[in-house]
Unconditional design. Structure first.
Length: 85
């Protein structure tokens, strides 16, 4: 029987120290990283109330978001992927 291939999205990845402060220590799949990120964003009330697509970064998230104070959801995914290997 053929071994089931793990999709790239589900493959556990190493998490950078900066991202680890927000989502916890890796390795974890990209899908779990994104899920943990949203838990953190909602818990700390960082979603822009007027424009839900924007995230207002706190000090920890600014380290992950290349120093940016506000990023949109799509940009967030791109910036987070730089912290995964």
């Amino acid at each position: 029987m053929a071994e089931k291939k793990v999709s790239a999205f589900m493959k556990p990845m190493s998490v950078s120290a900066e991202l680890g402060e927000v989502v916890g220590k890796g390795p974890m799949p990209r899908s779990e990283v994104v899920k943990a990120l949203w838990v953190y964003i909602k818990k700390n009330n960082l979603q822009d109330p007027k424009n839900k697509r924007n995230i207002n970064a706190d000090a920890k998230l600014q380290k992950v978001f290349a120093g940016k104070k506000v990023v949109n959801m799509f940009e967030m995914t791109k910036l987070v992927s730089k912290h995964l290997s």
